[in-house]
Design a protein around this ligand. Sequence first.
Ligand SMILES: Cc1ncc(COP(=O)(O)O)c(C=O)c1O
Length: 459
Amino acid sequence: MLDIRALIKSRSHETYDLHKRYLNHQFVRVLEVIGFNRNYVSGKGAYLTTDKGEEVLDFLSGFGVFAVGRNHPVVRQVLHDMLDSDLPNLIKMDVGVIAGLLAEALAKIAPEGLDAVFFDNSGAEGVDGALKFARAATGRQKFVYCKRGFHGQLIGTLGVNGGAEYRERYEPFIPGCVEIPFNDINALEAALAGRDVAGVIIEPIQGKGVMVPDDDYLPAVRHLCDATGTLFIADEVQTGLGRTGKMFAVEHWNVIPDILIISKALSGGFIPVGAIITRREIYNKVFDSMDHCWAHSTTFGQNDMAMAAGLAALHVMAEEKLVENAASTGEYLLAGLRKLTEKYEMLHAVRGKGLMIGLQFGAPKSLLLKAQWHAVHKMNEDLFGQMITMPLLDKHHILTQVAGHHLDTVKILPPLIIGKKEADKFISAVDEVLADVHKLTGSAWSTVAKLAVRTASSA
Ligand SMILES: Cc1ncc(COP(=O)(O)O)c(C=O)c1O
């Protein structure tokens, strides 16, 4: 027998060494430099526990994977039942009932008309597949995507990824991809004018920086796509399944895309899974003959464990009214955090919907603080955000992240199960951290100076 619990326990002190040796050593260095190199040993709901017994409030939720919280008892029970059922799974020359049930469940909650589902294993895989679907359905090759839009890091998806930092070193990508600014309908109109674009891929709310479009933007995208025969591909890998206070973020603007991509939260936090949801007529253009019955496929797609995790996650979301909770707790958090913009001159804005929220920082007006702001940015364009996330973790035991390169945005993606208690804890922690950051002699400034030195010396 492999005693996995004993193995983990006996070797957990070696975690960071193992990663340095066999995995991504540069990431380990980053964690060490910013002091995030903790050993988390358990997780329950919205909380993590370290090997030192420290309880950490998780406002990152595995980049949105743990929408139902960690180790949800219902998802666990379903997966235990699955393991105990001796199901055959992945026979490949059959079709399975659980995939059918999950597809049916998704078709019921998806925007009207989207009822044909393809299952895959990740967000990027869904994006890549959606590009194929759009090419097959339109017979066109080009794609339009938005600056700073994030759609995964495979070579295919990098072609439509609007983050220069992800693209550099890997070009060329698939030909015929055009970048336009997000939230700029004139730019989209110009890009679609030739009526030769297969699809426009857009995150309804951009994850990098948590950018919320103007209210008329997505309806106008829908209109332009209809007028030019272009497919509207909504990447809801992060925003989908309740994150923004609606089941899908496009619902905030009453827009129905042609292709919807989801992943992350569908996993229940356990088994990687993704799905492309589209109209039957688009689906049928890919699978248009028996010869083409495998025109798009992936070995682990539709595997029973992922399908069951998906069913369990949707069940929990409905039972616990997590979409409604994301909306109300999100409103509460946004209101509390927005109040802080009146108190702290470096907190310029608080953006977001539901439980996808970005805190936007910017240069202060006071001369001396402004000098410190510029000095920190001169050292490193990405340091300021760490002045917020580091004390949030060290002093307040709350895990957050910086929301993208050179943005001065701190982002939170808490599990959708949090309530007023967690929201209040976060608001008062941010209040305290910002009070310190707004003092010239605040500890955050000396910490960040040390961090800059450490970063430079370990470069
Ligand atoms: C909007 C969006 N699309 C695609 C992806 C890629 O997903 P994955 O990391 O599962 O490939 C992500 C991941 O963060 C995402 O946020």
